[in-house]
Ligand binder design. Structure first.
Ligand code: BG6
Length: 506
């Protein structure tokens, strides 16, 4: 693969969790695979009182702990390219210092003006930092490219996202702004495109004539960990559905793009978002479920409830579970419900799409077993990445007893040593200037527009319950009621873990 142009990679928020867990390990992986340019420098920026050597030490530990690549022999060499600047990014005057230091590094490492600024800071700095950079002419592309990568959430609702965008475009061109959604960097998410468009057998079935409904699940067994402050202003709907899960829906529901050109793919995804049937505020209670985990015992151990977590209000009404039912009004999907759900402290960590096919028009065999409703294509995004097809088979012996069997492909069966991390892929793409896997502003705005009635309904209508669910269970049991149809429920890849599942209204 071609190496990107030489450049400086500057991370704002360098003492934060994302930098240590994902960004630096991903950049190290690229380095080990010789995918970084020879002239390359990584600069961490944050308020913490660190210097080059203490930052390098932290990053060394981070790589040892979080790197997915099993080659630690080049860490020392890599760290020689790593530097640190302690500054307050809300203070314009600190940017003079940043500018000087970057200039010195450019001279020392023979790097022209090419620069990536990565914002991994609290979202309230997403307009301040780009503004301060521009005020110091650090957005100028006269002598080389300058790119700005912005972490999610892009805004906290429709209006704030629009305001952020308006601020950014005062001094940055749209082509300089990379809105990252790390789900798009996951191999298995990209494989949704390949599964659909490289196999002739799926396309004829991929529509309202053969599909009964589509289910998208992103379950996590972890709670909110140390992210109380962030989560209190976010919640499950904004944290996962507005971005990651709707992007997956976009890939599942899109029309075939005319080519792999970034704009061809993004245009098709945008059309899906624009076809989402608007949810009326008065219907929010019918089409959505929200929940919050409460304390429980899992295998005899006490697990805290959300309201007991660090930095969380003891009366918080922020949802840690969200499920939605909606429709896509176009020819392919007219009348077919989509169900999406996400939650923290569920029994397992799993991300999957389930395509539920319609029953055969007339079932010839034993009516005792409901296999006929069980044709499912499960696209497992993580973990145990793969594809599973469930279909009916004759049980050997007399008569025509049918049972559901699995045809199961696991990525681990491929002879690849590892699946590259999402950040590895996306950072490399940003270094190369490839925007295919980054969200366009129109998509971000369409996703906010779609979700605003739910956000407003949950905020304004006190009658819409916030259900408590025991940590270690599959979220509010009422979520099953969202799914239309006899004997139908979500797919539960494993059982509840909590010793006693409790469901209540909070
Ligand atoms: C992040 C969310 O964007 O995605 C987190 O803010 C969530 O709350 C994470 O845990 C999940 O990512 P992954 O790659 O582990 O599925």
């Amino acid at each position: 693969m071609n190496k990107p142009d030489s450049h400086l990679f500057v991370i704002f928020g360098a003492s934060g969790d994302l930098t240590k867990r994902k960004l630096v390990p991903a950049i190290y992986s690229l380095y080990v695979q010789n995918l970084l340019p020879d002239n390359f420098t990584l600069v961490g920026v944050s308020r913490s009182e660190l210097n080059d050597s203490s930052f390098r030490e932290k990053m060394e530990n981070a790589i040892n702990q979080f790197s997915q690549i099993n080659n630690f022999s080049r860490i020392e060499q890599f760290l020689q390219k790593v530097f640190y600047i302690s500054m307050d990014s809300t203070k314009p005057e600190d940017f003079d210092f940043l500018k000087n230091r970057l200039q010195k590094l450019r001279t020392e490492f023979k790097i022209n003006s090419n620069t990536i600024f990565y914002l991994s800071t609290p979202p309230n700095l997403y307009s301040i930092i780009p503004h301060n950079l521009a005020a110091h002419n650090l957005n100028n592309q006269k002598d080389g490219w300058v790119r700005l990568i912005i972490e999610k959430p892009f805004g906290n609702d429709y209006d704030s996202a629009q305001n952020l965008e308006n601020e950014l475009i005062k001094s940055w061109d749209d082509e300089q702004i990379y809105r990252i959604d790390h789900y798009l960097g996951k191999e298995t998410v990209q494989n949704l495109l390949v599964t659909r468009f490289s196999n002739g057998i799926f396309e004829p079935l991929w529509n309202r004539n053969y599909i009964h409904h589509v289910e998208v699940t992103s379950a996590e067994s972890i709670g909110i960990e140390d992210r109380g402050v962030y989560y209190e202003s976010t919640g499950a709907l904004r944290d996962m559905i507005q971005n990651h899960l709707l992007q997956i829906v976009g890939l599942i529901a899109m029309e075939p793009p005319s080519s792999l050109d970034p704009s061809a793919i993004r245009n098709e995804i945008l059309k899906v978002f624009q076809s989402l049937r608007p949810i009326k505020e008065e219907d929010v209670q019918k089409v959505s479920i929200r929940g919050q985990y409460i304390a429980s015992r899992i295998k005899g151990e006490h697990v805290s409830g959300y309201r007991e977590e660090k930095s969380v209000d003891s009366n918080s009404t922020v949802e840690t579970y969200a499920a939605l039912k909606f429709y896509i009004d176009n020819w392919r999907w007219g009348g077919i419900p989509f169900y999406i759900r996400t939650g923290k402290r569920l029994p397992t960590t799993v991300n999957e799409v389930v395509i539920h096919f319609k029953k055969t028009p007339h079932f010839l065999f034993s009516k005792d077993r409901e296999v006929n409703s069980c044709n499912q294509l499960v696209l497992r995004i993580q973990p145990d990445e793969g594809i599973l097809l469930k279909f009916g088979m004759k049980i050997p012996g007399a008569g025509f007893e049918v049972q559901t069997v699995n045809m199961d492909f696991h990525y681990s069966d491929l002879s690849v040593d590892r699946i590259p991390s999402a950040y590895e892929r996306l950072l490399y793409d940003a270094m190369k200037g490839d925007t295919t896997l980054f969200a366009r502003i129109e998509e971000v705005m369409a996703a906010w527009k779609f979700l605003m009635p739910v956000i407003n309904g949950w905020k304004n209508n006190k009658k819409i319950p916030l259900y408590g669910y025991s940590a270690g269970t599959w979220g509010p049991e009422y979520a099953d009621k969202l799914i239309e149809g006899e004997n139908m429920s979500w797919r539960y890849p494993c059982k509840n873990l909590a010793d006693d599942g409790v469901y209540c209204e909070l």
